[in-house]
Write a protein that binds this ligand. Structure first.
Ligand SMILES: Cc1cc2nc3c(=O)[nH]c(=O)nc-3n(C[C@H](O)[C@H](O)[C@H](O)COP(=O)(O)O)c2cc1C
Length: 374
């Protein structure tokens, strides 16, 4: 069992405080060192050059890192690089400023099963999962942010700085998504994705990940549950970004027919070069009295991540790898979900992942990349 450290994203502070004052713990120390040694030599992290892998065709030391979420800005991504995470994803940005859900945004989650896992489709997800502030290993949490974003005038220069802070064998991975606002037509929604991709491209991005695990037309229906629409969006995005490799972030998709249609609608048309999966699994969260755990309307359900969802993530990666063989199509698979120990990283590699990322596990163990590198 890996050691828990002070999370670099402090769940006891607001998103805004984290954005202004973070990162914390070992990441804060790493950032201090980075700021005092900003030369090319100072950029070289421990263990560099021991591996030689690639992410969407870009060479990296070890294709392991942190997915979209807890790395809020260039201070977080720079600290992640210094801690040996060779892939650092800049939290999902939008074409416009977008507010964050009210505090709290994170709670600890305690599924009933002995191993702490949650299975997609199980009754527990609707009946209620205990959520509180008792954070314990193996760590599972829920996050409820609503994908906040700064205005492009703020995130574009900061993303540029984040890209430049990568050391040798490291890669900054920008994440973006479209924004659905009232009165928008489907064409407007598609165009918003393309606009956001162009704004990301302007920062000098070498690759990008598009989040499709966001709500689309109604409760529990996500954009990635509409493969045809994702196909149309990625065509529009491709026209903006040209040869820059594009990865699509998917939530858990339960049936192979939909997954195959997703692959055919994107990779099959030459618009997408990889999939990153999974995002969180939606569950009803309750406190010890059985009441709604997160305050406010529309927050009875929230996404669970960490240890609880590893089984679901591994299953999605295995099925994607099997479909890749069956269809004879070439695309990268980025395995995400419940990686809290080096053994979990290896399980994803064995399931067919070309690269692996950890959000919750890395938040509570800043040394995770170093432990994997050995
Ligand atoms: C604090 C936090 C914020 C997140 N925000 C985003 C986001 O903005 N965009 C996104 O695509 N995924 C987001 N995620 C989901 C993660 O990228 C990942 O898919 C999920 O947490 C499962 O990985 P894990 O079990 O290692 O945490 C977030 C996760 C966490 C923990």
């Amino acid at each position: 069992m890996s050691q828990q450290s002070v999370p670099f994203y402090d769940v006891n502070r607001t998103y805004e405080d984290n954005y202004e004052q973070g990162p914390f713990g070992l990441f804060a120390e790493a950032l201090k060192e980075a700021e005092s040694a900003p030369t090319a030599d100072g950029k070289v992290p421990a263990h560099v050059g021991r591996h030689s892998e690639a992410f969407l065709g870009v060479p990296v030391d070890l294709a392991f890192g942190i997915p979209a979420g807890p790395l809020l800005n260039s201070r977080f991504t720079t600290a992640a690089f210094r801690m040996g995470f060779d892939l650092a994803t800049y939290k999902t940005v939008r074409s416009r400023a977008w507010g964050c859900n009210p505090f709290p945004n994170v709670l600890a989650v305690h599924p009933k099963s002995v191993d702490g896992s949650l299975t997609p489709g199980s009754a527990e997800l609707d009946e209620g999962v205990l959520a509180d502030t008792n954070y314990e290993a193996p760590i599972s949490i829920s996050n409820s942010f609503g994908v906040p974003s700064q205005d492009p005038d703020v995130w574009q220069p900061d993303m540029r700085a984040a890209i430049e802070a990568a050391g040798p064998g490291q890669l900054l991975v920008p994440s973006f998504q479209g924004s659905r606002v009232e009165g928008m037509s489907e064409d407007d929604y598609i165009a918003d994705h393309a606009t956001t991709a162009r704004l990301v491209k302007e920062t000098g991005a070498k690759v990008m990940v598009m989040n499709t695990s966001c709500p689309n037309e109604g409760h529990n229906r996500l954009l990635c549950h509409n493969p045809q629409l994702v196909g149309r969006i990625t065509e529009a995005v491709k026209r903006e970004i040209g040869d820059i490799p594009l990865m699509v972030k998917l939530a858990y998709i339960s049936d192979d027919a939909s997954l195959e249609l997703m692959i055919r609608s994107t990779v099959g048309r030459g618009t997408v070069q990889g999939f990153s999966t999974i995002n969180t699994i939606s569950a009803r969260l309750v406190d010890a009295n059985g009441d709604q755990a997160l305050p406010g309307a529309g927050r009875d359900r929230s996404g669970v991540c960490g240890n609880a969802i590893r089984g679901a993530g591994l299953e999605m990666v295995s099925r994607l790898a099997a479909l890749r063989d069956k269809l004879g199509l070439d695309f990268a698979i980025n395995g995400v979900g419940g990686v809290v120990t080096p053994a979990d990283y290896h399980a994803y590699k064995n399931a067919g992942a070309d690269s692996v990322m950890s959000a919750t596990g890395a938040m509570w163990n800043a040394d995770l990349a170093r432990e994997i590198k050995g």
